[in-house]
Write a protein that binds this ligand. Structure first.
Ligand code: NAP
Length: 249
């Protein structure tokens, strides 16, 4: 059993998938969570095992407490004690103005991006806190620069959800910093992944990427570099940091 067992939620595509690959290259065994795309998750698992690390794929809705508990239990049973967690699963919801936004759409975004992330963090703390007999370990949450720009006319509910992630990350980080757990977040800017097509605007990254000071959208790999750095001992003094990866936006 390795003491470098990492759970990545939403690890089958985009930023999560890039994180699984890079974490494997840095010596992590990885439990790759996905919710629908088993083929994509299996492809990431193969890349992890090709890098010489162990991988499992675990289907589960990270807005469901039962599925989150099951993810942790499966990872522990198959790979060993959890030593790090990346709470990355997140959705924007469909692009819409607030006046046209359904209550269900608001709840869907908050349930996954906020409540699911909180439960995921709680389960990590329960297992890793030295105060509870754990060995410590890092938690990295995927936030966004959206709380700073507000995402008007697109997904204000999403921006609000990520604002909650930032506040949660700071508070939890300070709560458990003395228990061997470093909690931090990355806040990506405009990153070229499937999330934009899912939101209803497949050309969003290329269209808006051109307006970013650096002149393009970022890649999932560029965000994964920051996540895996925050997981590592190189970030040993980072506590409650929200690290923007934004091309100057
Ligand atoms: P993506 O390419 O759309 O990938 C989403 C991933 O999350 C997939 O692995 C998907 O699984 C999984 N997922 C979706 N709903 C889930 C659920 N209910 N439970 C478990 N897994 C679920 O997204 P991305 O762009 O990589 O985004 C990852 C994170 O980065 C999100 O938190 C997002 O808010 C944040 N972010 C992204 C950007 C950007 O521009 N891309 C910018 C700022 C922040 P399946 O493959 O099974 O569907």
């Amino acid at each position: 059993m390795s003491d470098k067992v990492l759970i990545v939620t939403g690890g089958s595509r985009g930023i999560g998938a890039a994180t699984c690959r890079l974490a494997a290259a840095q010596g992590w065994d990885v439990a790759i969570n996905y919710t629908a795309n088993a083929t994509a998750a299996e492809a990431v698992a193969k890349q992890v095992t090709d890098a010489g690390r162990r991988a499992i794929t675990v289907k589960g809705d990270m807005a469901s407490e039962a599925d989150i508990l099951s993810l942790f239990e499966t990872a522990e049973k198959e790979l060993g004690p959890v030593g790090g967690v990346v709470a990355n699963a997140g959705i924007t919801g469909k692009i819409t103005r607030v006046e046209d936004m359904s209550t269900a759409a608001m709840q869907e975004v908050i349930n996954l991006n906020v409540i699911g992330l909180m439960i995921t963090n709680r389960e990590a703390v329960r297992r890793m806190s030295t105060k509870r007999g754990g060995k410590g370990g890092p938690i990295v949450n995927t936030s966004s620069i959206a709380p700073r720009v507000g995402s008007p006319n697109e997904f204000v509910h999403y921006a609000a959800s990520k604002g909650a992630v930032d506040a949660w990350t700071l508070g939890l980080a300070r709560e458990v910093a003395g228990e061997g757990i470093r909690v931090n977040a990355v806040a990506p800017g405009m990153i070229d992944t499937d999330i934009h097509a899912t939101a209803g605007a497949p050309d969003r990254a290329s269209r808006l990427g051109a307006l970013v000071p650096i002149g393009r959208a970022g890649t999932a790999e560029e965000v994964a570099e920051a996540i895996v750095w925050l997981l590592s001992d190189h970030a040993a003094y980072c506590v409650g940091t929200v690290l923007e990866v934004n091309g100057g936006r």
